[in-house]
Ligand binder design. Structure first.
Ligand SMILES: [Zn+2]
Length: 605
């Protein structure tokens, strides 16, 4: 492509203000920001003086928490402002400086408060319990205090914790080495793209090429990508094993039964949630087998390989949305959530909470971000297609969750845990799916929307649970003293992969090494939440769509709950008991119903 044919992105200054987020409600200008920054910096220095007062009585304890939270709250505000500024144009030197300054401010804040949790846990258990019952000052903080102190049995002496903190950089080396190799040093071969052009393979290029409609293109990308990882397979087994050993070590010195229990305990999630997921997904693997077999049939391939799983099977739909039409569609799709919800979505559109279009230097992808005292802003990189509409309702789900939480909870409960976060966003995606299926009768559009849902379910519920099972196996092997060699990892992974996809897919030998390139295996029991969140959202959306007002109210109450209760209790009140398999069964029933629809439609096309 000639240089002058390449579409140029606008600079930040060239983007119409109406399509940018308005950050002036946070700080009117840089002077206001700088004044507040300096005031907080001074306030942070005073935090160490609060040390030693927690045992003095409930009034003192409440006063310390209030002072501390007031400073954290102000610091979060400058931090959010700087990071939003930075993301809108990461190439801007002033924004870089702003972001750097607030990051170091947050580090100073954390180190000035390092004493707080150990000191709170050192308060005598019975005394503290009495205070929480008697003291009106402490009541608003009861759940927060109980959350912190429930970890008591797993905290070592201050000297031991300090020693571990000093070792943490060294213990994290395996994970860093993986990132360096994976993000910086690995060099991939030259391959051919859809247009017959040669292109150097990268993670981003691979994601494109594996979706190619030309079998040779995706096969080549697959073979070449894995040949590169395979050259470093022993190194990659070693970095992953080192990381697993760190988790197991950390769990064992903190008196946990397992690394899994330690990781889940951070959000007070019982391991039963994990087990329910794995059990239910395994029981429903025949549905995945059926779906991939259908994929093989529609693509008319003599053999279905692992590299044939991402190419679209229904082609591109004729649907296209400008941001303006997408807003109208989003409002219609989310109308089932009621007039109150809808009015806040309208506010988000009218008050410039969304940074819409791409510009030079803007952070890629999409997110919802903010804090207690700011609007829940959204960053998008809008394209006129259905995928962007899905992204819009997804991020709107996060933002409305934040909006309802901050408007119904005090600051100390004005946030929510990652375990419940993706439920709000994915519920909206499910509502959009329902709306589109009801609204568009064109069979090709119907098939495309159904396929979008089925692929999402496959990639989130089935695939992430496969990862979760493998992660669990890794930690158990290491805990049992079994060496995590490349051969051991690859043969276990291949077996698991065959189990998941069944006989319809050829388990290409390369896929045995897939574990070596998944960054999420370094996150410490993170992936299962994608699967539980998607399944819960699927079930909740069905309830909302059924027109049952009680179910809709229960859902809105979840959005309003923030962190005022443990995530598992919040979801229970919304009607989903995530320690049981019922919610998973009903999500699989929906998957099956839509698979039936898709199969019938595909036969007609
Ligand atoms: Zn999300």
């Amino acid at each position: 492509m000639l240089a002058d044919e390449i579409k140029q992105l606008p600079t930040r200054a060239e983007v119409a203000p109406a399509l940018t987020w308005d950050l002036t409600p946070i700080f009117s200008d840089l002077t206001a920001f700088n004044d507040e920054f300096k005031a907080i910096d001074d306030a942070i220095k005073g935090l160490a003086d609060l040390q030693g007062q927690l045992e003095q009585g409930p009034k003192q304890l409440a006063a310390v928490i209030e002072t501390m939270m007031a400073v954290i709250r102000r610091a979060e505000k400058v931090y959010v402002y700087a990071s939003l500024k930075h993301d809108q144009d990461t190439g801007d030197a002033d924004n870089q400086a702003l972001s750097g300054r607030t990051q170091s401010l947050m580090t100073r804040l954390q180190s000035q408060l390092a004493w707080f949790e150990p000191e709170l846990m050192a308060v005598d258990e019975t005394t503290l319990k009495q205070w929480l019952t008697d003291s009106s000052e402490l009541k608003p903080y009861a759940h927060y205090i109980e959350s912190v102190t429930s970890q008591r049995a797993h905290v070592l002496t201050p000297a031991a914790e300090q020693l571990l903190a000093q070792a943490s950089d060294a213990l994290g080396a395996s994970s860093n080495t993986f990132s360096m190799l994976n993000d910086a040093d690995l060099e991939f071969p030259i391959v051919t793209d859809d247009d017959g052009q040669t292109v150097q393979l990268s993670q981003g290029v691979y994601d494109q090429l594996i979706q190619s409609t030309q079998p040779e293109v995706r096969k080549m990308a697959f073979k070449q990508l894995y040949s590169t990882y395979h050259q470093f397979i022993h190194t990659l087994a070693s970095t992953l094993a080192g990381n697993v050993k760190t988790h197991n070590f950390d769990a064992s010195v903190h008196h946990y039964d397992s690394a899994r229990q330690a990781a889940l305990n951070r959000n007070h999630i019982p391991v039963a949630v994990y087990d329910a997921l794995v059990t239910s997904v395994n029981a429903h693997l025949p549905l995945l087998h059926r779906y991939v077999a259908l994929r093989k049939k529609i693509l008319q391939l003599p053999e279905l390989h692992m590299y044939d799983l991402y190419t679209p099977i229904t082609g591109e739909p004729q649907l296209s949305y400008t941001f303006e039409t997408a807003k109208a569609e989003a409002l219609k799709a989310l109308a089932v959530l009621g007039p109150d919800y809808l009015s806040h979505v309208q506010t988000a559109f009218d008050s410039r909470w969304i940074d819409v279009v791409e510009n030079k230097g803007k952070r890629s992808g999409a997110y919802s971000g903010g804090m207690y005292d700011t609007a829940p802003y959204m960053l998008l990189n809008w394209q006129d297609n259905l995928e962007s509409l899905f992204t819009l309702v997804h991020e709107m789900g996060h933002s409305m969750h934040s909006y309802y939480t901050t408007h119904n909870q005090p600051y100390q409960y004005g946030d929510y845990s990652i375990f419940v976060a993706e439920i709000a966003s994915t519920t909206n995606e499910n509502l959009l799916t329902d709306y589109l299926l009801k609204t568009y009768s064109d069979k090709r559009v119907q098939a495309f929307v159904l396929n979008h849902y089925l692929d999402g379910f496959k990639g989130t519920v089935f695939r992430q649970t496969q990862f979760a099972e493998f992660e669990q196996w890794l930690h158990e092997q290491d805990a049992a003293g079994e060496p995590l060699t490349a051969d051991a990892l690859s043969s276990a992974y291949l077996k698991l992969n065959q189990h998941y996809y069944g006989d319809a897919v050829i388990s290409d030998p390369e896929i045995a090494d897939e574990w070596s390139r998944i960054p999420h295996f370094y996150y410490n029991y993170y992936v299962y939440q994608y699967a539980t969140g998607f399944a819960a959202a699927n079930t909740l959306a069905s309830g909302i769509n059924s027109g049952d007002d009680a179910k809709r109210e229960a859902y809105l109450n979840y959005l309003k709950s923030g962190s005022s209760a443990d995530p598992i209790d919040v979801m229970k009140r919304a009607g989903v008991d995530m320690t049981q398999t019922d919610y998973l069964d009903s999500a699989f029933a929906e998957f099956e119903r839509r698979l039936d629809q898709f199969e019938a439609l595909a036969a007609e096309l």
